[in-house]
Ligand binder design. Structure first.
Ligand SMILES: [Zn+2]
Length: 104
């Protein structure tokens, strides 16, 4: 049996490689709008963050998102993202836990 290949992505905040599924994608659309992409399918330049508020805060502090998205991210965008991030965090963790349960 071949081991299943798990796609890894790097969290731009803590620089750890993690399974894509445990990361939250932030995307900058061609129109320049920065938003959280839970589907992973939005077009544009994406950056990955661990699905936890601490990494989002770290990315804010060290401007990792600005670098990853190659565009300055305004304070109001960070505020909006912080709200969205907290809103999706619980959902995201719940979803992940469900999937882990299903694997057993
Ligand atoms: Zn991280």
């Amino acid at each position: 049996m071949k081991p299943r290949k798990i796609p890894l992505r790097k969290c731009v905040a803590c620089n750890e490689m993690k399974p894509k599924k445990s990361l939250i994608r932030v995307v900058r659309s061609p129109e320049g709008e920065v938003s959280i992409d839970l589907t992973g399918k939005k077009s544009g330049r994406g950056a990955y963050l661990c699905g936890q508020a601490s990494c989002f805060k770290l990315a804010h502090k060290n401007r990792a998102l600005d670098r990853a998205l190659k565009s300055p991210v305004g304070a109001e965008v960070y505020e909006q993202l912080a709200r969205d991030f907290l809103a999706v965090e619980d959902e995201f963790i719940a979803e992940r836990d469900r999937e882990e349960d299903a694997d057993e």
